[in-house]
Design a protein. Sequence first.
Lengths: 116, 106
Amino acid sequence: GAGVSQSPSNKVTEKGKDVELRCDPISGHTALYWYRQSLGQGLEFLIYFQGNSAPDKSGLPSDRFSAERTGGSVSTLTIQRTQQEDSAVYLCASSLAGRGHRNEQYFGPGTRLTVT
Amino acid sequence: GQSLEQPSEVTAVEGAIVQINCTYQTSGFYGLSWYQQHDGGAPTFLSYNALDGLEETGRFSSFLSRSDSYGYLLLQELQMKDSASYFCALSDKLIFGTGTRLQVFP
């Protein structure tokens, strides 16, 4: 079946511009996660959605970052007034079970964001 | 704070056995997961330990000891395709380790 998809695969933007990153999770997966990964580094948690519950936004680095998940499926991560330090690969994942369980996460290919 | 520490790099030869350690500092968690990530690729799930002890999945096994705040991933019969980065993660806290780059040589 189809895996997690993300778009665009690459995004180059100028400092100060807003960007939107999209994630299509696996159908039926109730949990959705956003992470950020800088070159050669680990994954930094950004935000977590579980069903109809309020999202866990504790990982968002600043108020320039926001995310929504419409209809319990597609999610969009928005970064406003981008800064050079926002350059990274943004990874989306989904899982059938939520956190606190064996939440085997399936990752998308990521969006590589470059802020010039 | 909460953190997961891993060695930055491990090297081994084909056919060998390698152990990648993960030590953590956190209070209370549901389970420890392991993910593999090839260069330029997305992480893929390998293993999960909810209880102390060894979980075996083919050539890969994972171990957890809550009393020692420690876990490891054991890779047996290494193959060239195992060259990748490996991350431990606290499944409920959504914290990933620093990652270990494994290089397998012929």
